[in-house]
Ligand binder design. Structure first.
Ligand SMILES: [Fe+2]
Ligand SMILES: [Fe+2]
Length: 238
């Protein structure tokens, strides 16, 4: 089995072996928004020994399903993003928002940080809902066109590049909100007085963060750059 090259980027490692995402999550290495760093650099910045991390990745690879994310085409990947991540968010965000509100109501007195959590989550939920709708109306239909071999006009291509930059900015803003939520819950730690709803809320927030990392990785590091490669270059019409 091939060894893990420390000069490869985190994004390319996860693209080839999605199971690495789990190891990166537990080590606190950001492979989505900051996935263009090499493994060596990321370890250095996090003060981790690169050889220990490589050993951990090898273990993960040997233990888990190490199949590559293998996409027939861009439209296939876009469909996968919708079915796996967007549909999950459409269902989970409103349900989790209700749960966060309920937990804040019941436990807010003993845990005043839950008030800020509730406010932060409702901003996050609204932004994410808007963001996925925009991706599905502005970007994914053009991805389908590119896949069918149709070439968008230079004007359309310029609009698309601009949309992609906006989506990347949204991803960074989402990452900041998720970081704040992890901070407010002390890394989803279960307090001694937590009831079943409180535990479930922490569990689901944790899952939301992990799912969003993979979601953003698939867009920022795979779908967006591949779509951009296929766009015609040249000045946009005025
Ligand atoms: Fe998305
Ligand atoms: Fe996105």
């Amino acid at each position: 089995m091939t060894d893990i090259d420390p000069d490869r980027t985190l994004a390319s490692l996860v693209e080839e072996t999605p199971a690495y995402a789990r190891a990166f999550e537990s080590l606190g290495l950001d492979y989505c928004c900051e996935g263009d760093r090499t493994l060596a650099t990321a370890c250095d910045q996090a003060d981790l020994a690169v050889d220990d991390v490589r050993a951990r990745l090898r273990e993960t690879r040997d233990r888990e399903d190490a199949d590559a994310d293998d996409w027939e085409g861009l439209a296939d990947l876009a469909d996968h993003v919708v079915e796996t991540h967007h549909d999950y968010l459409r269902e989970e965000l409103p349900a989790l928002q209700d749960l966060v509100a309920k937990v804040a109501r019941v436990h807010g007195e003993n845990h005043p940080e839950l008030r800020e959590l509730e406010a932060e989550f409702s901003e996050l939920a609204e932004e994410m809902r808007e963001h996925i709708e925009e991706e599905e109306t502005e970007l994914f239909p053009v991805v389908g066109k590119l896949d069918r071999g149709e070439s968008p006009s230079t004007d359309e291509a310029a609009r698309l590049r601009e949309a992609i930059r906006t989506f990347e900015d949204d991803h960074a803003a989402t990452a900041d909100r998720l970081d704040r939520i992890a901070e407010l819950t002390d890394g989803y730690a279960v307090p001694g007085d937590a009831c079943a709803s409180y535990r479930s809320m922490l569990d689901r927030l944790d899952r939301l963060e992990r799912d969003t990392h993979m979601h953003v990785h698939r867009e920022n590091n795979v779908l967006f750059p591949r779509a951009e490669e296929r766009l015609p270059t040249g000045p946009a019409e005025a």
